[in-house]
Write a protein that binds this ligand. Structure first.
Ligand code: AMP
Ligand code: ZN
Length: 484
């Protein structure tokens, strides 16, 4: 943490870069839209969480305390971000051949939440301690809808309770104002074919479902997806808070509707001071990567090809969060080469001094000049590409001591999260690979096979280790494992 808090962030609300100043000087309150847990997160989704992790760490680097809340959407998200289509969790249950019960829905959610947390861990993303399942806060959703009902913002039709956007004069300010459909794409303006709605953009606060759902004053069913985030945001961060993050797809519908229902219920504006959105990751063909589609790549797909998860993090940081990226294997391979080079430069620094080799680490001093530069870039709307150039400059600078270089790199890594503190970085050793346990078992089994002179088995095991991205060399000191 260093002093000086001049951070600039691009606010979707004003469409400009603004000086960041939290409502309460002591603490930044930040909400991140979490995943809908009916399937594995794809690497596009994970871009969202690498970005919000960098944002949190940049704020902390400047000395702010950050209270960060993330929801897990385990109910209510329909296949269209608006209110039409199939319920995503129901779709997940059907896909896995499970019967449609709330218990099964929760189990499905817990399974994919665990997988999601493993992904976050592998990407060096700080998992928010305030991580909550939406289904645990239905009571809060109902209370918020009741507030809106009392103020006459709602009406009932055959499939649910809806918010009447004509009652809110500044509905849609996040994407350019009511009626401005230019910034919306077709699926986002087609808010559902429900002809009973008063206005096409009215959205569901509660959806009826006779087969499965929660009890409410209006009948059994589910809260709308948007109300979940408003209710949880208000519950854990207050009626007004500092930062809300998510992907750009959330601007025209989800976040627009969060603003509408929160501000109308509480009577306080703005619900959130800074709305910060990241760009998308598309496929190499320029198609949208979506969990509902066939084209998605998970972090596991990358690691099965021998790529370390941190390589993906590094590749994302090479681009700015507001720049669209296309996923191309060659680009990721290029990032891997660059990252290995950085790790090598770092490990070549060796023990910093005689004190270090005697077991007492000489931690060195953070180079102030480089630190100021790094901070200037990272504080300028999280300019990670330029911040990375400072990292290279430090490692190549021949005029500062190794100990100081190390201290400076480790200091930057508090934000970048590339894993330099694990000596040389995770890509240099299989011990940090997500498949480490499996690799370790295979290596042990191979050792046994070698001792039994079962060379066929030993060869098979070698191939299996190869398929996880590592090669095995038999040396006089035993098996040596290294990345292919
Ligand atoms: P979901 O699990 O669909 O609720 O989405 C979780 C987060 O991932 C949201 O912030 C989305 O905006 C974001 N997201 C979804 N698809 C992509 C993508 N292809 N690239 C980047 N972010 C995405
Ligand atoms: Zn949300």
């Amino acid at each position: 943490m260093i002093s000086g808090k001049k951070i600039i962030l691009y606010n979707t609300l004003s469409r400009t870069k603004e000086n960041f100043a939290p409502i309460n000087k002591k603490e930044v309150r930040m909400y991140t839209c979490g995943p809908t847990v009916y399937n594995y997160a794809h690497i596009g989704n994970l871009r969202s969480y690498v970005f919000s992790d960098i944002l949190q760490k940049t704020l902390e680097y400047s000395g702010y305390r950050v209270k960060r809340v993330m929801n897990i959407t385990d109910i209510g998200h329909l296949s269209s971000d608006a209110d039409s289509g199939e319920d995503k969790m129901t779709k997940g249950l059907l896909r896995e051949g499970k019967t449609l019960t709330l218990k099964n829905m929760r189990e499905l959610a817990e399974f994919y939440t665990e997988k999601f947390k493993e992904d976050l861990k592998a990407l060096n993303i700080k998992i928010p301690t305030d991580l909550y399942f939406a289904s645990d806060y239905v009571k809060e959703d109902i209370e918020l809808i009741q507030k809106l009902e009392k103020k006459s913002y709602t009406y009932q039709i055959s499939d649910g309770i809806y918010f009447d956007i004509s009652k809110m004069p500044d509905y849609g300010i996040l994407w350019g104002g009511k009626g401005n459909k230019e910034t919306k794409n077709e699926s986002q303006t087609r808010i559902g074919e429900n002809s009973e709605k008063r206005n096409s953009e009215d959205f569901a606060l509660w959806k009826f479902d006779k087969k499965i759902g929660f009890e409410s004053p209006w009948g059994t069913g589910f809260p709308g997806w948007h109300i979940e985030c408003s209710a949880m945001g208000i519950k854990f961060l207050g009626e007004q808070f500092d930062i809300h993050t998510g992907g750009i797809d959330h601007i025209p519908v989800h976040h627009t509707n969060e603003i509408a229902q929160s501000e109308c219920a509480t009577g306080k504006k703005p619900f959130v001071k800074y709305w910060i959105h990241h760009e998308f990751l598309d496929t190499s063909k320029g198609e949208k990567m979506a969990k509902s589609g066939e084209n998605f790549i998970t972090l596991r797909t990358l690691t099965e090809k021998g790529m370390h998860p941190i390589t993906y993090r590094f590749w994302l940081l090479m681009g700015h969060y507001r720049t669209k990226l296309n996923f191309v294997w060659e680009a990721l391979e290029g990032a891997e080469t660059a990252l290995k080079r950085l790790y090598n430069l770092y490990s070549e620094l060796g023990p910093s001094s005689a004190k270090a080799s005697a077991g007492k680490e000489d931690v060195g001093k953070v180079n102030k000049e480089y630190q100021n530069k790094f901070k200037e870039f990272i504080d300028d709307d999280l300019d990670t590409p330029r911040a990375l150039t400072v990292l290279w400059d430090v490692l190549k600078d021949e005029n500062i001591s190794n100990a100081d270089k190390k201290a400076t790199v480790l200091d930057f890594d508090k934000v970048l999260g590339l894993g330099f503190s694990t000596q040389g970085g995770p890509a240099s050793g299989w011990e940090n690979d997500p498949n480490a346990e499996k690799i370790s078992t295979l290596v042990e089994e191979r050792e046994q096979a070698r001792q039994n002179k079962d060379f066929q088995k030993s060869d098979e095991l070698r191939k299996e280790i190869n398929s996880l991205g590592y090669e095995v060399k038999d040396t006089t000191e035993g098996q040596k494992i290294s990345k292919i």
